[in-house]
Design a protein around this ligand. Sequence first.
Ligand SMILES: [Zn+2]
Ligand SMILES: [Zn+2]
Length: 120
Amino acid sequence: MSHKPMKPCKHPGCIYITTEQYCKEHQHLYDRPVPAEGVYDIRWNMAQKKYLTNNTICVECARNGRAIEAVAIGHKQPHNRDPTLFWNEAKWQALCAGCYKRKAQMKAAENDSLTAAEMG
Ligand SMILES: [Zn+2]
Ligand SMILES: [Zn+2]
């Protein structure tokens, strides 16, 4: 059994000691929302930002003749956390908030049915 070392909270001016980066009081200030597609990081946020400066319109909505501002990247093909697929810009598509959410939900539904099938 190893214990995490206690360190001062990294929040400027905070006097609390914690085993995490920040104390309970301040942790929420630094929590990043977890994107629907899985374990992403700052690198993904940066890549996404860059991609969306060049791809400003949602491709799904554009197909329906609507120009909606894209706010997220969706993968055209399930990446299953394969980094090669995941980071391949050719597999990316710019999506608006609505389309991104819809796709994430569809994916969650697929995962559910997969699990159900696996369970037999
Ligand atoms: Zn603190
Ligand atoms: Zn859209």
